[in-house]
Ligand binder design. Structure first.
Ligand SMILES: [Ca+2]
Ligand SMILES: [Ca+2]
Ligand SMILES: [Ca+2]
Length: 237
């Protein structure tokens, strides 16, 4: 018995496996660890890779100048939420969400009274309203995002607020109508604090729409037809 598969059979097997893996719902969850240092602007944002639901990101805030931006595909804006916990114990975090153009949506300093950990709740009217690419920023306290060409409070994207710091902030600061251009730490200090960013409603790779599946399967069928034709041509030699 000849165990060697011809080209058409090999492609048939691999295409079947590909189609099955693409059609299977990615039920598994993915954790991501910051590679090097995630950038702090939309153009240098770090994009986690893998396949499935993105559950956690682990990273480090090294100084008051270190903001970590992650480019995320929010597949379910209704259930999207994000919360930061300090794994080293001493990070006073803030968190902010931007769209793919760098415009700020919402931010928070302290999720609850008495904690220093930040969170963005699900179902907030200022949160993401459509599936798509966004940028989530993990921020050391006292390092507000700025827009425009200046690094002054006039360009802060979020308003300055007072206690109790549990507010959900929206981009109503003086620079809120323009996209992110930098961050304005009030002081310069070494922090070296670890964090865990817990997420929901985020996919590492976008789930294709049904019409994408249809196009994909049509494309695979076309390849199969080409392979069969080619095989027929070779056999006539
Ligand atoms: Ca970092
Ligand atoms: Ca960073
Ligand atoms: Ca905080």
């Amino acid at each position: 018995m000849d165990l060697k598969l011809n080209l058409a059979q090999k492609m048939g097997v691999s295409m079947s496996l590909l189609a099955m893996s693409l059609l299977a719902s990615p039920a598994h969850a993915v954790d991501w660890t910051e590679v090097g240092d995630a950038g702090q602007l939309v153009g240098t944002s770090q994009e986690p890779t893998g396949d499935g639901r993105l559950r956690n990101i682990y990273g480090t805030i090294s100084t008051t100048n270190d903001v970590d931006l992650y480019r995320l595909y929010i597949s379910n804006p209704d259930t999207f939420s994000a919360s930061v916990n300090s794994t080293s114990g001493d990070l006073d975090s803030a968190i902010a969400l931007f769209n793919d153009g760098g415009f700020a949506l919402y931010a928070n300093d302290d999720a609850m009274l008495g904690t220093r950990n930040a969170a963005l709740p699900a179902g907030n009217v200022h949160g993401p309203q459509a599936p798509g690419w966004y940028h989530l920023a993990v921020v050391p306290l006292g390092t507000p995002p700025v827009s425009g060409d200046g690094f002054t409070p006039d360009h802060y994207m979020f308003p300055n607020v007072s206690s109790p710091y549990t507010q959900i902030l929206t981009a109503t600061g003086p620079g809120g109508a323009s996209p992110l251009t930098g961050w304005a730490p009030v002081d310069s200090m070494v922090l070296d604090e670890g964090y865990r960013l817990r997420l929901s409603g985020v996919q590492v790779s976008p789930v294709p729409e049904p019409e994408t599946y249809a196009m994909l399967l049509a494309g695979l069928g076309l390849i199969g037809t080409m392979v069969r034709r080619r095989k027929g041509f070779i056999n006539q030699q």
